[in-house]
Design a protein around this ligand. Sequence first.
Ligand code: GRF
Length: 208
Amino acid sequence: MLRAAVCVSGGGTNLQAIIDGIAQGAVAHTEIVRVLCNNPGARALERAKEAGIETVCVSPKDYADRAQFEEALVRSVDEVSPDLIVLAGFMVKVPVEMIKKYENRIINIHPSLIPAFCGTGYYGIRVHEAALARGVKITGATVHFVDEGMDTGPIIKQKAVKVYENDTPESLQKRVMEEAEWVLLPWCINHIAAGKVKVENGRVTVME
Ligand code: GRF
């Protein structure tokens, strides 16, 4: 059984996709052992509680400095001995200590086809604003392992989504979530749980 810790900050729709995937059997051999959040008011926390999943809120506001916050975050993860850490809309830069400790065991969902529209400053609706401003005809989402960079880790899987002439950032964000993010993340977790995902020299191979 894969022990997954899921880190969230906002609406939690990607967390919900994982919860639903486990309930429907699309995500096999996986248990969400803890949901961690940096934002006490996040809807994602309610989704976890409704699913009976233990939650921990680790907010930077509760600590004297960044180092103490990061220490508390890493401790909250270590406590549940996860096999996999899933960043599902987590708006906190993962501490280097955690990345080193969980090398190739932290995954992130990003709402573009990396390397487009990613890195510092590209998050949430801003990603879709940039895609529309550039006039791309195809965008999508990417699930990747987390390394010490920002959205630079080995790519596991991507899914493309068409951009329509009349798209707004909001309509595009909604379609990328529905058609790509909520499909990709459960799919990747299911394949990781089945031992079908390998990383060698920074390249990922997935046995379909
Ligand atoms: C998603 O668009 C995800 O790609 C990005 O942040 C957003 C989180 O949404 N990383 P939610 O909290 O999963 O609803």
